[in-house]
Design a protein around this ligand. Structure first.
Ligand SMILES: [Zn+2]
Ligand SMILES: [Zn+2]
Length: 196
């Protein structure tokens, strides 16, 4: 596994981060113990600590019951490992927690408290994905029904046409969802989900 040995500076407040070994996951993470309390995960590290049964005691020991500096969320952050500009993404269809993701190296940065919130929101990754799929279905399901109605005659002609409608509807749902979560169309997405 890729486990960065570099000493890195916090992408949110620029303080030098502390390497903390998480024995249960067999990896070190970088924590901004002297600044904002943020945590940086190398590629594939975050998913080893995002479920409630995964032991994160070494991380909690560094951050719990401590006061950290406030950070400015207005500017885009640069990945502390590779320098690419990070993208702010929602962690679930609840659209309540946003984290910074590096699409170049796969790194993830969480602000103080976000790890605990993410773990509290869904017990497992499977539950998070199932919720996502359910919400996504609301979107493409409506699209699907509308298209089936509009194209009833055309669809009658073949099963292949019906399948095309399903495929297009799913793709539209995925596209809507990805746009909303990736590019921050937050309010629009929330409205869309509420109306279902
Ligand atoms: Zn920091
Ligand atoms: Zn990176």
């Amino acid at each position: 596994m890729y486990d960065n040995e570099k000493i890195i500076a916090c992408p949110a407040c620029k303080k030098i981060m502390k390497k903390v070994y998480v024995a249960s996951a067999g990896m070190s993470v970088d924590i901004c113990v002297d600044g904002c309390g943020g945590i940086y995960f190398d590629r594939n590290e975050f998913k080893r600590v995002d479920e409630q049964h995964e032991d994160i005691t070494p991380i909690l020991n560094e951050i719990e019951n401590k006061t950290f500096n406030e950070v400015n969320n207005d500017f885009k952050r640069e990945c502390p490992d590779c320098g690419a500009v990070m993208t702010r993404n929602y962690t679930s269809a609840n659209l309540s927690i946003q984290i910074d993701v590096c699409y170049r190296c796969g790194g993830t940065f969480l602000d103080n408290q976000e790890l605990q919130k993410i773990r509290a929101e869904f017990p497992t990754e499977e539950a998070r994905n199932a919720d996502f799929a359910k919400r996504l279905y609301h979107i493409f399901g409506q699209e699907y029904e509308a298209r089936m109605k509009d194209n009833a005659q055309w669809i009658k002609e073949s099963e292949k046409k019906r399948r095309k409608i399903i495929k297009d509807s799913i793709m539209r749902g995925v596209e809507t969802f990805v746009n909303a979560t990736t590019f921050g169309a937050y309010d629009k997405m929330k409205e869309l989900l509420k109306s279902k």
